[in-house]
Design a binder for this molecule. Sequence first.
Ligand SMILES: Cc1cc2nc3c(=O)[nH]c(=O)nc-3n(C[C@H](O)[C@H](O)[C@H](O)COP(=O)(O)O)c2cc1C
Ligand code: SF4
Length: 482
Amino acid sequence: MWQPPQRIPFIPAPGRIPTRVEAAASRLFSPLNFGPVQLSARTWVPAMVPWRADPDGNVTPAVVDWYARLAEGQPGCIVIEATGIRDVPSGPLLRVSHDRYIDGLRRVVDAIHRHSEGKTRAYIQLIDFLGVRRRPERGTYLERFLTVSEAHRAALGMEGASDDVVRRHLLTLDDAALEQLLNPRQWEALQKGARERVTDIELPHIRNLPVVLPELFARAAQRSRDAGFDGVELHYAHAYTMASFLSATNTRDDGYGGGRFERLRLPLEVFRAVREAVGADYPVGCRMLAEECIDGGSGLDDAVFFASGFARAGMDFLSFSRGGKFDDAKQPKVGEAVYPYTGVSGYECMPSYLSDANGPFGRNLAATALLRKALRDAGLMTPVVVAGGIHNFEQAEAALAAGVADIIGSARQSLADPGWWKKLREGRGETVRQCEYKNYCEGLDQKHKDVTCQLWDRVALDEPGLARSRDGKRRLVAPADW
Ligand SMILES: Cc1cc2nc3c(=O)[nH]c(=O)nc-3n(C[C@H](O)[C@H](O)[C@H](O)COP(=O)(O)O)c2cc1C
Ligand code: SF4
């Protein structure tokens, strides 16, 4: 992953630890009631994919155990990992793309409710994403994947030559010559793996996204409600389809790209279809970017426009993340796919302990504060969730007191110590294990391996009946007495 060149090390600290009485009187552990959003506390575990589903996207016992363990911390809400809305093979990514997934997902909801003693709401994040291919071998790309065109023949002076002859010639060229010859998308496909964009409207399935997505999201939301989820979060953030529609890089000329109004159009149409499917009494919100953090990407002004549009349309919450884009991702190794958390924008999304002077803790606070203020100034009271490096009570409470957000999201700290919210609430904050923000978990996510935490995944491996990772070396959930 990219790191700021300053590489200043930051060590997470427990901050001022509240007594049980202080915690009970705190903002953080006070309930939140906004329309259908009814939380026992303003504590939130944002979506994290742990790669526990089976190859067909079904819930496995390991998925249930993972969420049961997180629920023991009794946060106000756990958002279940990004879950696919299309009924197409997508590896071990959870899916809600057909009714056959409902029973499995219901087991997750039940586990969250039971293990939190009814204190935690279970929301689900609904995702759509476009095709991304692995970086090919040079020879394989030139011999098989590249579509040889007349432009190539003309540039090479090989008019009339067969595809095979052109390909054989291409194989003899060095990289500099190839870069001259291939168009930018072909060069990118060779260097990083081919990646679809929402702007590829010459492809029928991309042109038709505005036709198919509202219905796909709506049906997935309906199934989520049927499975017992307490709410849905539309994934409008990071590198995926809906964020790409919102992005300033979306230049579609069919009324769904270009200006802010047009970029907002499909995300609003999706929301309206979802609302129609699940009803007015059911929490529906989205996760979106405060800033894309890429050259030429959407900034805070865009986010204010989009967030206000969503709030006016009746979203029940807005969760702000930042960055996490493909645009500036590092070149993957041959055989691997590009990962959207490896560039500057990736750092902004999941900052690690080596940082610049701003540090990794709370990099999204300032932008989120501005967004919330803009919403409130416009008379929009939609609850706002912030996340990014928040790992202790003092920091969380200060953010709430300062009006940065209404709800505090904490992903990696909850992975490091799933019970940490409960420990704080009970005045046992000194026993919280602090996330180190070295992003071992993220490295596993990148490889689609079972996500675990380096603080606990080798602890008490002799425990009888212990469930282990596919490589057999790691435990899958934090020990019970962690
Ligand atoms: C292993 C892992 C998986 C993640 N998966 C998702 C996801 O499915 N959807 C999402 O919106 N964010 C995802 N994220 C990003 C987190 O929700 C969060 O925004 C990010 O880690 C920053 O918050 P933190 O500093 O509290 O960890 C993931 C993060 C990690 C570490
Ligand atoms: S592996 Fe554990 S300690 Fe390291 S960043 Fe991830 S959650 Fe934090």
